[in-house]
Structures are given as C-alpha cells and as structure tokens.
Design a protein around this ligand. Sequence first.
Ligand SMILES: NC(=O)c1ccc[n+]([C@@H]2O[C@H](COP(=O)([O-])OP(=O)(O)OC[C@H]3O[C@@H](n4cnc5c(N)ncnc54)[C@H](OP(=O)(O)O)[C@@H]3O)[C@@H](O)[C@H]2O)c1
Length: 283
Amino acid sequence: MAQLTWLVTGCSSGLGEAFVMGILARGDKVIATTRGDVARISALKEAGARTYSLDVTASQDEISAIVLDILNDGPIDVLVNNAGYIEAGLAEEASYENYLSQFETNFFGVIKATRAVLPHFREKKAGIVVFLGSSGGIAGEPGAGPYCATKHALEGWNDCLRQETAHLNIKSIIFELGFFRTKMMHPDNIKFRTNPITEYDYVRELVGQFVQKMNGNQPGDPKKAVNIMIDVVKGEGVAEGKAMPTRLPLGPDVLSTMRKTCVNNLAICNEWEDVIRSTDLDK
Ligand SMILES: NC(=O)c1ccc[n+]([C@@H]2O[C@H](COP(=O)([O-])OP(=O)(O)OC[C@H]3O[C@@H](n4cnc5c(N)ncnc54)[C@H](OP(=O)(O)O)[C@@H]3O)[C@@H](O)[C@H]2O)c1
C-alpha cells in the first residue's frame, strides 16, 4: 500500500505511543498529539513524528483549528481516536459530573476530532477513522459504568458514521481491545471517584481488588495489538486479502466476551421470538 499519513490522539503513553512507533516502522508518516506541552512527546519527534498539542476536551472550534493547521503541511489519510481514560465507579455511586467528565474525553472528544477531520476526508473522497473500543463496549463490567457507557456509545456512532460515509469512500473501524498492559489502570490514571453507598460496599471492594490485581498484569501486548491494527488499516500482513471488518475484537479475553454476548443475544431471540414478533399494529 502507498505511504499513509496518520493523525493519532493521546500519544504520551501506551497504545498511542506504540501506534506512532509502529506507524513509523512501516515507513508511513505520523502526526503525534498530546495534551499539554509537546515536549512530553519529544522522543516521538526524534523518532520522526510531527508533534502537536491537542486536548480532545477542547472546543470543536479549537480542535478544528489545530487540524487545519496540521493540514497546511499536507493531507491526513487516517485518524486514530486513541485518547481516553477509565472513569471507574459503580452505576449508582458515580456522579453526573463523573459521567460527564468521562464522556467529554472518551466520547465527545472522539466526535470532535472526527468531525474536525471529516471535511478533509469528504473533499478528497478518502479517509479512514479508527476508534479504540473495548470489551467494555460489548458487555458491561461491574464498577465500570461510565467507561463502558462511552465505549458502547462509540460502537453506535461508528455504525452510523460508517453507513453515512461509505459512498464518499470514507471507512471506519472500531477495535475492541481486552486488557492490554499500559498505564491505563495505574492509580495515577484510572479515576475511581465514588460517593459510597453502604449497600454496595462489597461490590466496590471487589472492583478495587480487581483493578489493583490487573494493573501491570494485563495479558495483552500493546505492540502486537498496534501491529495488527496497522495491518488492518493498510490491508497488509494478517489482513492481506481480507475486507476491513466493521469491528474487530483483539485479545482472547474479549473474544470470549464477544462470543458470550452473541450467544446470549441469540438465545433471547430464539426463546422470545413469538413475543418479539407480536407487537405490530393489527392489520
Ligand atoms: N489498555 C487497555 O487494556 C485498553 C483496552 C481497551 C481500550 N483501550 C483504549 O485504548 C486507548 C488508549 O489507552 P491506553 O491503554 O494506551 O492507556 P494510557 O497509557 O493511559 O494512554 C491514554 C492516553 O490518552 C491520553 N489522554 C487522556 N485524556 C486526554 C485528553 N483529554 N486529550 C488528549 N489525550 C488524552 C493520555 O494522555 P495524558 O498522559 O495526558 O493523560 C494518554 O496519552 C483508550 O481509548 C482506551 O480506552 C485500552
């Protein structure tokens, strides 16, 4: 495939950083972004990336202006909506503000960045939008209500966007990752702001123990995930000869989550089919 130019959000660590290094290793061009001072990603600049400051919680006008600035130096072929964090919390205990804050980054941040790039993709009748989904966007997990809600929201938005832009040769895909070893679950990054309700003490305690145990012990290798995602976007390597799927789970843990969800949904359709079909107005 021809050389592509990628724009990646949230490159200060984890999958974003791995994306930039993986993209450069393929001989493609990359614009790496971080919130705050670009000096935070000077190592990526030294490796060959162009670097920009971009906080996905900025206003649509500010994000669109940054993208226009980037476009002055040349076209973008792929947007990777990577920036995100986990707002943990039990469904009832998490406050409205906790939910808002999570949606500002993981959902509205993604929408704003994508809406900033779409006019360019429409104009050149080409472009690929990548979303970082999660097993939490396929099925819910206790203690992750705000996070899972944003990842479910991305699933729906991707499905709409893909169908609306197909005739413009704009593609999109959501990768649904299991647990990958990044700093995401480190106590400095994961937010577990909660308004404790006694009846949930036991569940909250279990969630806290799970997060602590998982931090630093996630089975997934970010570099392997990134290499597969780059293959899929470029139609190379493991994706050679395959059409780009609408969604792709990555990691044995998320494969089992997706299978279980499919089987459960099918079982509901089969067991309740007569009832489900019975709701149309009488002819
Ligand atoms: N690791 C996993 O197991 C896993 C599983 C499923 C999905 N994902 C998704 O993968 C993506 C990357 O996560 P990661 O695992 O690589 O975690 P990470 O190492 O914590 O990286 C998250 C990145 O997002 C950035 N970010 C957060 N808020 C931002 C904002 N408002 N504007 C711009 N950048 C922002 C962070 O920057 P700062 O340094 O400034 O905080 C950091 O660079 C996320 O969308 C996450 O939901 C990860």
